[in-house]
Design a protein around this ligand. Structure first.
Ligand SMILES: C[S@@+](CC[C@H](N)C(=O)[O-])C[C@H]1O[C@@H](n2cnc3c(N)ncnc32)[C@H](O)[C@@H]1O
Length: 354
């Protein structure tokens, strides 16, 4: 009976799918490898993006490397849409797809490559072996179990991790902010804006460029983070701890901050923002927002996968939330007005108004 069942098409598919899932780690690790080897920039080559063999790519980045092994990485990643494979009788050649192009360094020195590297640092990889511990005892996150300290505290003590984190944030925030500022107009009338957890200040720089009515801006982040932030006209970098207090402004901006904290911690941050805002003032948060239903779309998967990243690295009970969960949080800290703007596939703009 079992033998007969094993032979059916659906069982066959199921065994194939579980093999794919069980080997899935090859995908991010191969991606990390090609970024480390600087393959996307080598193929891009000032916009040429001409199909190249693994040997031709290696000649540009690591002339002594093993072309056969690089080709194995490229082939597999082509099956995930990172590279186009150009197959001739003689050779396999590779160019960048639109996905691959997100890894190419732009004229500001930014790309998604730093985010890939940031996610695969040794300290973070150690935490991934302990994901199950977040279920067994969520009081301590896998990252802290593996490294002895919570992630943000750990990063700021290591200059190279701190720098990579800031580059990773900039690489993602700049393209998102371009889209956000096209589709969202909630900064109208604001003169003083505070960015809580603003990292290097890229979001503020772009908001100020689009909204000249803002004549004063504060980039608020941990002391070691603002110490590395570059000077930006009209922006004051202010060190501090958002769990204690937040600088006052007409409006507060916050991107990718609430996600990494527990409900109680989010309430504390939001209460501090509430205190720092005038009557009618807005907290504008850009966060990943989970759909109610689980499906197999790229969007749902990207959001659910990043949710597990939060659980593993930042807070075992920090999480991606649904719109309804954000609405509840807002009400519980005294923001009666809540609106959500869907301007991007990954982040939603959440407006909490006093
Ligand atoms: C995921 S990053 C987002 C950075 C930036 N908003 C962006 O989206 O590019 C979270 C930021 O929160 C900052 N942060 C963490 N704990 C903080 C605290 N207690 N007070 C202020 N900022 C904090 C981190 O240093 C980091 O820059």
């Amino acid at each position: 009976m079992v033998e007969k069942e094993e032979a059916t098409e659906s069982r066959n598919q199921a065994r194939l799918t579980i093999m794919e899932l069980a080997n899935m780690i090859s995908v991010p690790m191969a991606l990390n490898a090609v970024v480390r080897l600087n393959v996307p920039d080598a193929i891009w080559h000032a916009g040429a993006n001409s199909p190249l063999s693994a040997a031709e790519i290696l000649a540009r980045v690591h002339p002594d490397g093993d072309a056969e092994n690089l080709q194995r990485l490229l082939r597999m990643l082509a099956s995930y849409g990172v590279f186009h494979e150009h197959l001739t009788a003689a050779q396999r050649k590779y160019s960048l797809t639109d996905v691959g192009k997100t890894l190419v360094t732009d004229d500001q020195g930014l790309s998604y490559a730093h985010y890939v590297l940031q996610h695969h640092q040794e300290e973070l990889m150690r935490a991934w072996a302990l994901v199950h511990e977040a279920v067994v005892d969520p009081r301590k996150e896998p990252f802290e179990r593996a490294n002895g300290e919570a992630a943000y505290r750990y990063y700021v003590k290591k200059p190279e991790m701190n720098e990579l984190m800031q580059k990773a944030m900039s690489g993602i925030s700049v393209p998102f902010m371009r889209v956000m500022l096209e589709g969202y107009d909630g900064f109208h009338g604001v003169e003083k804006l505070v960015d809580v957890g603003g990292s290097a200040g890229d979001c503020l720089r772009m908001i100020l460029h689009k909204h000249p009515s803002i004549n004063q801006a504060i980039n608020f982040d941990l002391p070691q983070v603002v110490a590395n932030a570059p000077p930006i006209p009209l922006v004051t970098h202010v060190p501090g701890d958002m769990f204690k207090t937040v600088p006052q402004g007409d409006a507060i901006f916050m991107k990718w901050v609430l996600t990494t904290w527990t409900d109680e911690e989010c309430k504390c941050i939001m209460q501090n923002c509430h205190k720092a805002l005038p009557e009618g003032g807005k907290l504008i948060a850009c966060e990943p927002v989970l759909p109610e239903h689980s499906d197999e779309s790229h969007r749902t998967r990207a959001l659910l996968e990043a949710d597990i990243f939060v659980m593993t690295i930042y807070r075992a009970k920090g999480k991606h939330r649904t719109e309804q969960q954000f609405r509840q949080l807002a009400l519980s800290v005294g923001f009666p007005h809540f609106r959500a703007f869907h301007v991007d596939h990954f982040y939603t703009v959440l407006e909490f108004q006093k």
